[in-house]
Design a protein around this ligand. Structure first.
Ligand SMILES: [Zn+2]
Length: 308
């Protein structure tokens, strides 16, 4: 009965399309993206003024800041199109798009979208930005399921869902992404999320000197449970990342929350005339060491509280 068989096949295919390739909910449509953009900010984002606007600017060379007062988004330009790292909150894309335009670039020239990690404040805007750009979304395997479902499912952001977005290409540790003569290297730095991804690249200042920029994913605990750990292997991941980071050298330390790298202060110094306001060979190592101390203190506190 070929006819019946084909009906059964059609039903199977429809079922597949509706649930996505990994059995997750469907990806966000225009209605969901618009609703998320118009929705009130999540409480922690509102309290910290994460979505307040910040004037976009050139950090150095082809690296531009297009994020908000609290949450970063980075535009890396090339003659063959651009790379955009992080989509910030679901409410942020209109600001990011306006910032890119204010700098004289076209959002439609963005060819790659990258994500530091799949939390609502860095991945929430990716679905809207993907729609605005048609860019290829590159992310780690371990954060893919959260990006494609829009939900973390545990921790302080468990009840926050954001527009789900398709991951087009998976990157691993040390993988390189090249466009228009610019190469970014992925560093898997898990712990904060299982697939937390940092990126590095060379950048040349106006004086011709070459620098190494590092876009740090995050090694804060961010209110997440460590005892018991929020996901299997979380503590080991943090420890491996702290050890890995001790060997990374970069003299431009950038991160996905403005307070992690002193955005306002450094930008003020740059405006005052210091072209190397963002250059500091110690900043990345200092951040890693402080982050490790904070992690150990938080782990000890939570372990004691759990009665172990
Ligand atoms: Zn986070």
């Amino acid at each position: 009965m070929p006819r019946l068989l084909s009906v059964a096949t059609a039903i199977l295919l429809v079922g597949c399309a509706a649930s996505g390739p990994h059995g997750l909910s469907p990806l966000a449509d225009q209605g969901q993206i618009s609703a998320a953009e118009a929705a009130p900010l999540a409480e922690m984002a509102a309290e910290a003024h994460w979505n307040d606007p910040f004037p976009p600017f050139k950090v150095m060379g082809n690296i531009y800041y297009v994020g908000t007062t609290g949450v970063s988004s980075w535009l890396i330009t090339t003659p063959q199109g651009h790379i955009l790292l992080d989509g910030a909150l679901p409410q942020t894309p209109p600001q990011i798009i306006a910032n890119i335009q204010a700098l004289g670039f076209d959002i439609r020239d963005v060819k790659y979208l990258l994500n530091s990690h799949a939390h609502f404040d860095h991945a929430g805007g990716l679905a809207a930005l993907k729609q605005a750009t048609g860019a290829t979304l590159v992310a780690s395997a371990a954060d893919r399921a959260v990006l494609e479902s829009g939900r973390v499912g545990y921790g302080p952001t468990a009840n926050i869902s954001v527009p789900a977005v398709r991951v087009d290409r998976i990157i691993g540790n040390g993988d390189k992404l090249s466009l228009g003569g610019v190469t970014l290297t992925a560093h898997l730095t898990p712990g904060h999320t299982p697939g937390c991804t940092s990126w590095s690249m060379d950048v040349r200042g106006d004086d011709g000197r070459l620098h190494q920029a590092f876009f740090h994913c995050s090694t804060t605990t961010g209110g997440q449970a460590l005892a018991p750990e929020s996901y299997p292997g979380m503590i080991a991941d943090y420890r491996a990342t702290f050890a890995y980071m001790r060997n990374v050298k970069a003299d431009i330390f950038l991160a996905n929350h403005a307070n992690f790298f002193g955005l306002a202060d450094k930008r003020a110094r740059q405006i005052a005339g210091d072209p190397d306001a963002f250059v500091n060979a110690d900043a990345l190592g200092d951040f890693n060491a402080q982050s490790e101390r904070d992690f150990n203190a938080e782990l000890a506190k939570q372990t004691a509280a759990a009665g172990h």
